[in-house]
Design a binder for this molecule. Sequence first.
Ligand SMILES: [Zn+2]
Ligand SMILES: [Zn+2]
Length: 400
Amino acid sequence: MLDINCKQNLIDSFNTYFNNSICKCCGGTYDYKTFNCRYCGDFNEKLKTSHENIDSLLSKLTKDDLDKELYLYLYKASSINEDLKKEFAQFDVDIEVDKIINELQESSSYNKEDGKLIDFIFSDDLFLEKDKILRDLILRNVILIKNTLSKEIIEKVVSHLVLSSTRKISKNSNFFISDLGEEISGSAFYYNICLDRKEMDSFYDNGDIQIFFTLFHEMSHIYRTYLESKGMVNSIYDLLALKERLLSKYSLDIYLNDNNYVKNLHEIEANVNSYYLAVNYLKSLGLEIDNEYALTLSSVVNNDLTNVADPFREIDGELVNINDLFKEFIEDRKDLLDKYPQLHYEFKEEDGKVVYKSKMELVDDYLLCDDNNLEELYLCLIDNAAKNEKMIEKNNSKEV
Ligand SMILES: [Zn+2]
Ligand SMILES: [Zn+2]
């Protein structure tokens, strides 16, 4: 085994190396031969010296000199730099790291040394794919009040549960824990998720499973943001939900009014998804929960699911149809038509304005469309347009 000073020296060099792997001037990465930033050219002396230090220290070592902790450092360094990966070939880093994680998976109570390894593993995104089973076992221990790890570590493990999904959608996705106030348990903002501290504490202290319903709820919002950004539409609800979201910039009441909140398609979708995802996730941990309880935790019980197509919302005490309101809202916002190409299903540009397509135009689109999955969407749009045109006709004849 390595003497303690040499080990510390190596760890310090690794930490300096990691802390300098992103350019402080421009956020770019370095060329690991010249130690110049690939984007702005900045030369990093610390990166160079720590690299040389790592090289010279490791050249004197064999597999037997390394302990588990050092293997995790080697794994991280080799994932940053291909050249180091080659230099480390003799140490079988990948195999050793898999062994470490497997061993941790087999244990259910962790000593201080294990805690250190787990902390390292969950502090780093590099292990996101590798630590899935370990992550689930640790979270299961918390639910069963068998956990021996610190709150700080558990927060990192929870973070990995979220990021393992959301980072697939966006590399910029992040997870935070903070104080969100009285009635808010979580929030989603673009590709970021925030969990209320009270909920985290209640999970850590009492094994409260509400946290999973909240997290899957917020993750569902992020997935919806992704679908909207990609212009993906499968049904009329996707279009209605987009209108509802865009309109919330026009009137916050649309979103925040309690009467609307229970009808909000985004919230209904997130609640329903959280119900299924959390129940299935807990099942995968071998934990069955009472169905009524799951419906309450997911808030599905608060939603009116009998009429999800209801386009009426309350604004300043008045009931307004989202489709009508959107007509005024979009009229002068051509930029939205470019940003969300899915709006073209229903809208077109005419004399510099954005307007609803007519029934006949929608029929033409429908006949030209060869995607069978969109048949129902078109039939709904045609039906809406027909009703609208009839109403306009009726109003006109009244005026005469
Ligand atoms: Zn730079
Ligand atoms: Zn929500």
